[in-house]
Structures are given as C-alpha cells and as structure tokens.
Design a binder for this molecule. Structure first.
Ligand code: ZN
Length: 141
C-alpha cells in the first residue's frame, strides 16, 4: 500500500471503496477518524486536509438522509406488500431504524462525501494537498 500514488480516486469504485474503508480519498492509506466520532484534520500519510471548507461536511447529511429514506421506503414496501407484515409491527421497527441507522452510518456518510467529492472534483481535491505546510495546524472550527 505504501507505493500508492497520491491522487484522487480514478474510478467511482475506488471512491466508494475508500469511502467505506474510512480512508484518505487521495492516498487510500491514512485514516479519517482517530476515535468513534473524532475526525483527523489531515491525512497522516499524505497531508491532505479533510475539511475542505467551513461546514464542508454538512453535505454528508444528504447522503445519510437519502440512504435512510431509501432503505426505509424500500423495506416498508417489501415487508408490507410482499411479505404481508402488519403495520403495527412494521412502523415501530422502521421508526427505530430511522433513529439508529443515521448514527451508525455517520462516519461512512462523511467518508463517502469526501471521497466522492474528490472523485468528481479532482483539481479541487489536489488543492487540499498543495496547501500542505503553509498553514501548519490551523483549525477551522
Ligand atoms: Zn492521504
């Protein structure tokens, strides 16, 4: 893995793989999180700054919300109309899912948001690398 080139994901598959692996989108090696929810500010391996602007990760809520909605709707349709499960069982279970899933998926939504952004905006992603060393350990929050 140490011979990996530092550049944005070449394919959508690479972007999704790095996203689900919670790894740096540019080198695929550095970890995004140092704890359960604590995010690193930069990649330890290549120096890429993860938070590309103030409120940058707000966009990850779209991924989280979208996937939660999609899974809930799909599960409801299959369970209610294909399997014939009664609503009195289905609704509480799905409400529970809607509360728990976004929390469990939080890290992956952030990671996917970052890796997909680097895939679609390759030049912008490399700017996050170029500024390495200029700002030191400046925090944006
Ligand atoms: Zn990296």
């Amino acid at each position: 893995m140490g011979t990996n080139q530092v550049r944005p994901p070449d394919t959508l598959g690479d972007a999704i793989r790095r996203g689900f692996g919670l790894r740096c989108p540019l080198c695929g090696v550095g970890k995004l999180f140092s704890g359960l929810v604590r995010m690193e500010s930069r990649c330890h391996c290549c120096g890429f700054r993860y938070e590309r602007g103030p409120g940058y990760f707000l966009g990850s809520t779209y991924i989280n919300y979208g996937l939660t909605t999609l899974l809930t709707t799909w599960t409801y349709i299959v369970c209610r109309f294909v399997l014939g499960i009664e609503q009195r069982w289905l609704i509480p279970a799905l409400v529970g899912f809607c509360l728990v899933f976004p929390i469990l998926f939080f890290r992956y939504a952030r990671s996917l948001w970052l890796s997909l952004d680097c895939y679609f905006d390759r030049e912008g992603a490399m700017e996050g690398l170029a500024e390495e060393g200029q700002e030191g350990v400046k925090k944006t929050f």
